[in-house]
Design a protein around this ligand. Sequence first.
Ligand code: PRP
Ligand code: URA
Length: 208
Amino acid sequence: MSNVFASDHPLLAHKLTRLRDKNTDPKKFRELVREMAALLAYEATADLATMSREVETPLAIFHGTELREKIGLVPILRAGLGMVEGIWGLMPSAEVWHIGLYRDEKTLKPVEYYNKLPIEPTVSVCLILDPMLATGGSATATTDILKRWGVKKIKFVGLIGAPEGIAAMQKAHPDVPIYLAAVDERLNEHGYILPGLGDAGDRQFGTG
Ligand code: PRP
Ligand code: URA
């Protein structure tokens, strides 16, 4: 699992436990998703390219740096939406491009329903945002879309991954690193992650 980064940060572990708790209400759930997304994005962006930038402090010239790459945040609707705000706060000039996919309940295959990407890519790095990497269908389909769009550098940022979904992503897109707060045991017969946290979209939007 060389390109899978499952954080063992105590803050993430603490927040993830509260997120998994079935008694956590949607308001708290959204807050935790937002905070965890920011912590994970911090790790996922550690290798972003920079260029030099000179500024004047009140006392002297400082030879500093600024980000060189144009970043795109790509939340997979719906559940990925909750991860945007926390990350966007860290990189406010990022562009946000939504991709709408839902899993067909029977086949578990992703069905695309929203994609307004322009013809030419406008960003050089994309962070795909989705709390759950279950079968991996949604993540691989989104990566396909972004590669077809022409994005060269793609990373997946999620909260919980199942071994099945990680394997599917690694097979389809071995070049895409995966950042997670936890790797869980397995999928159940309905394609839900065990122990997981249930349905991430329903729990955020109160639709369960
Ligand atoms: C959930 C989740 C992922 C997908 C993961 O979305 O947010 O997008 O399932 O499963 P996969 O790895 O097997 O593709 P869902 O289809 O429930 O839609 P929602 O976010 O609108 O609730
Ligand atoms: N989607 C979810 O929201 N939860 C899972 O466990 C699997 C897919």
